[in-house]
Design a protein around this ligand. Structure first.
Ligand SMILES: [Zn+2]
Length: 201
C-alpha cells in the first residue's frame, strides 16, 4: 500500500468535490489535522471513517487502497476479506461497549439512590450527610458522562429521512433529547432534524 499515493489521490478527489480540508473534516466529525495527515500520507483514514469518506468523495474502498480510480470489475479479494473481517470485529466490539454502557448506567443510578438513602437515613453529622449526598451526585454524573461517551463512539446513528449513518460529536449526543438510545438530532447529510436510532452496522 502506497500511503503517499493514497494521500495525493484523496486530496485530488477532495478538491474535485469542491471541499476544503475543514469542510471535509466537519462532515466526518474529525479534526482538520486528521485530514491533512491522510493527505500527506502520514497515516491512513481509520476504519471508522473509511466508508463515509469514500461515500463523500465518490470512490470505492478499492480505489482508496489503490490510490486511484480502479476499473469497475476490479476485485481485490484479499482487501475485501480483510475489510469484512475488520467490520465484524468493530461490530463485536461495539456490541460489547453498548453492553458496558447499560451496566454503567444502572450502576451509577443505583449508586446515586444508595448515596441519597444513606445521607437521608443514617445518623451522621451534617457535614458527612452533605459529603455523601454531593459525592453520590458527582459519581452519578461521571458515570453517565462515560456511558454517553460509549454510546457516541459505538456503532452509528441513522437518519430516518435519508438513511445516512454517522458518528456525531459528543456534545450533540449529550444535549440531545432521547428515548433510550434514540436521540433527536440533526442529520449531517440531509440537514433534517429527527429521531436517530443507534445501529451497529
Ligand atoms: Zn438525513
Amino acid at each position: 500500500m502506497d500511503q503517499i499515493k493514497i494521500g495525493k489521490f484523496l486530496q485530488e478527489r477532495r478538491k474535485e468535490c469542491g471541499l476544503t480540508q475543514s469542510e471535509l473534516a466537519e462532515k466526518l466529525y474529525v479534526s482538520d489535522r486528521a485530514i491533512s495527515k491522510w493527505e500527506n500520507g502520514n497515516c491512513l483514514p481509520d476504519a471508522d471513517h473509511m466508508v463515509e469518506l469514500c461515500d463523500i468523495l465518490g470512490i470505492t474502498i478499492n480505489d482508496l487502497f489503490m490510490g486511484e480510480v480502479m476499473p469497475k470489475d476490479f476485485v481485490n479479494t484479499e482487501l475485501e476479506a480483510s475489510l469484512v473481517a475488520m467490520t465484524k470485529l468493530k461490530q463485536q466490539a461495539d456490541k460489547r461497549l453498548l453492553g458496558i454502557e447499560i451496566v454503567l448506567g444502572v450502576f451509577s443510578t443505583v449508586l446515586l439512590f444508595t448515596g441519597i438513602l444513606i445521607a437521608g437515613l443514617v445518623a451522621m453529622p451534617l457535614w458527612a450527610r452533605i459529603l455523601v449526598g454531593v459525592g453520590a451526585w458527582i459519581l452519578f454524573f461521571v458515570g453517565i458522562a462515560f456511558a454517553i461517551r460509549i454510546e457516541q463512539k459505538a456503532g452509528y446513528y441513522q437518519c430516518p429521512d435519508c438513511g445516512h449513518k454517522y458518528v456525531p460529536n459528543y456534545s450533540s449526543v449529550l444535549f440531545a433529547m432521547h428515548v433510550n438510545r434514540t436521540r433527536y438530532m440533526k442529520c449531517p447529510h440531509c440537514g433534517k432534524h429527527g429521531w436517530h436510532k443507534k445501529v451497529i452496522d
